[in-house]
Design a protein around this ligand. Sequence first.
Ligand code: GTP
Ligand code: MG
Length: 262
Amino acid sequence: MSGNPFFPLDEMSSDSDDTQVMMIPKVDGAIYDQRRKLAGTMVDYKEMRMRYSCAIKEVRTKFDVLNSEFNVRFRRNPITSISSRLKSSASIMDKLDRKGLSFTVENVENSLYDVAGIRVVCSYVDDIYGLASALAKQDDITVIREKDYIKNPKPNGYRSYHMIVSVPVFFSDQTRDMAVEVQIRTIAMDFWASLEHQLKYKQEVPDQRRIVEQLTECAEQIADIDKQMWQVRRQIEATEDLPTEEEVLLEKLRRIDIAINE
Ligand code: GTP
Ligand code: MG
């Protein structure tokens, strides 16, 4: 049998023949200890990723709830899509490296705030602020940092509302406060950011300067269109006729039947 060079004992214990379990590993005690420690670290790391993944679920649910509530109250969904991602191990290593920190669970939890990320895409700019403040107000949410790249766009034209929040996650034996990065933006801002993001991964783009300029121009136009769309929606809402008592009752009855997003 070819033994597991990493953990000889464990591989043997998974063997169906129990009489082989007692075989003494042919590795030096110090090496064995080192491997056991490394395996422990790997398990801790995996548990850490699980905690971040659960934190994403918590915050995602909060946005789902806000969307459902809004849908029933105003018959409109402020959120068009929610996506999430857990930072890859390679990116975590890179970022710790750039900060001059070693790759440990403590360093990840104490120094990185974007291991868990959620992106919320809305139709209108006012929904971004509505959702951000509704999240910040929740009792179990602590806002660690906020960056308003809508009021203060980046020089390249990037716009979005960024929050780093801490959320408690309840496990069987402990409660952990986990950091989650939240990005809230409009569909148009998201469209722009995904195209601009592609540029970062292109090594040699001919006439890069012109492309950057074009993107910045697009960002300005998108911001104008977002503003106009929001104003048009408000005008439409403001001119809606006052309903009769009968219409109010019918509307309430209709709302009962609205499908609640699951
Ligand atoms: P990172 O170290 O990159 O996480 O930046 P930071 O800690 O200064 O945070 P910031 O809030 O500025 O940006 C966090 C995230 O927002 C990035 O990882 C991107 O997903 C997004 N982002 C920020 N700036 C840009 C940009 O100019 N273009 C695009 N496409 N995305 C951006
Ligand atoms: Mg980041």
